[in-house]
Write a protein that binds this ligand. Sequence first.
Ligand code: ADP
Length: 218
Amino acid sequence: MADKSYAVIGLGRFGASVAQALYNMGYDVMVIDEDEERVQDHVGIATHAVQADTTDEQALRDVGIRNFDVVVVAIGADIQASILTTLILKEMGVKMIVAKAQNERHGQVLYKVGADRVVFPERDMGLRVAHNLISPNVLDFVELAADYSIAEVAVSEKTAGKTLIDLDVRARFGVNVMAIKSGDHFNIAPSADDLIKEGDILVVIGHNNDLKKFEEES
Ligand code: ADP
C-alpha cells in the first residue's frame, strides 16, 4: 500500500470514480456516504466503507477523519451539506480538503469555508468536449487559470516532418510546446531540432486565444 491516505465523502458518480481510481493505484481509501445502500454497493472499491452523515461533527470524529492526508468532498446536489461538511473538516484541522462544486458560486463559498482546492468536473469536462468538437485535433484541454490552458494537439499533415524551429510556434502563435508524445515515448524537454512525426501529439501551453490560433493554423 502507498503511504498517503484518502477519504472520499459522497458516493455519487464523481466520488465513486475518484475513490476507485485511488484504490486501484494502491492507496488507502475510506469512503463515506449517508446512504447505507450506496455504502454497501461500494465496499469493493475502498479499504473501508462507512455509513455516516458528514454534517455531523461527531460522526466525522468517530471515523477518525483527521488521520487522512486528503479528504475529498464529493457531495453534489446537496449544496448545503457540501458546504457544511467542508467547514467542519476545516475546523477539525484536516490538512488538505478537495471539494467538488456544482457551479461558480458554490465554488467561491467552498473556498471561503476552507477548501484547499475546488474542482468543477462538469464545467471542465464540458470545456474539453467543446474544444474537441471545435477542433478535432485537440485531444485534451486543461484550463490552468482564467485565460491560460494546456492543450494536447494531434500533429496535422502540415506539421508532420517539421522541427520546432521550422514551426517557430513562440514567434508565430505565442505558445510553447512543452512536450511531444510519440507513441509510448514522452519527450518532456523537446529541443528545437527534434523532428515532429505524423501521429505525434504536441502538449502546448498558452493563452486561450493563441492556442485557438495554433489549433486552427498549425
Ligand atoms: P454526483 O453528481 O457525482 O453523482 P451526487 O450528488 O448524486 O453526486 O451524490 C452525492 C452523494 O453524497 C450521494 O450518494 C449522497 O448520499 C451523499 N451525501 C449527500 N449528503 C451527504 C451527507 N451529509 N453525508 C454523507 N453523504 C452525503
